[in-house]
Design a protein around this ligand. Structure first.
Ligand SMILES: [Fe+2]
Ligand SMILES: [Fe+2]
Length: 138
């Protein structure tokens, strides 16, 4: 997989974060392919999981501020992602299931970022300018 501009939602901050996640994912795939030592892979996976958590929190704050109508559904899918990350993290502590984690993140990227995130993008574009204006000119 390669980053493609069609992955972009048109929201600069979010796109930069999605791209960063995507690039970290590619680095991990490379490490798996090259059969890098386990501790290196483990470190990369921890970093990716931490960054993903940060990204989901940023997105949730944004959806709250703009009062995105689909936010409870969106937050639920984030919660499911975090549950899966936690499960995979604890599975990783017991044995090396790097491939599972890579597959999970790929799946997440394709399903969530390219579908669910895309659904709020249009709303953000439409609503954000008005929300940035002060209430009533005084
Ligand atoms: Fe996202
Ligand atoms: Fe999202």
């Amino acid at each position: 997989m390669k980053w493609n501009n069609s992955f972009a939602l048109g929201i600069e901050v979010i796109d930069a974060q999605h791209k960063k996640i995507f690039e970290r994912l590619l680095a991990i795939e490379n490490a798996v392919t090259k059969r890098d030592p386990w501790h290196i892979l483990r470190f990369q996976l921890d970093e990716l999981a931490a960054y993903m958590k940060f990204h989901l929190a940023v997105e949730e704050a944004m959806l709250e501020i703009i009062r995105y109508p689909g936010r409870s559904e969106h937050l639920e899918s984030h919660a499911r992602i975090l549950d899966q990350v936690a499960e995979l993290e604890s599975a990783l502590k017991e044995n090396s299931k790097a491939e599972d984690l890579v597959r999970f993140f790929e799946n997440w990227f394709l399903k969530h970022v390219l579908a669910a995130d895309r659904r709020y993008a249009e709303y953000v574009e439409r609503e954000l300018p008005a929300l940035m204006e002060p209430d009533g000119a005084s």
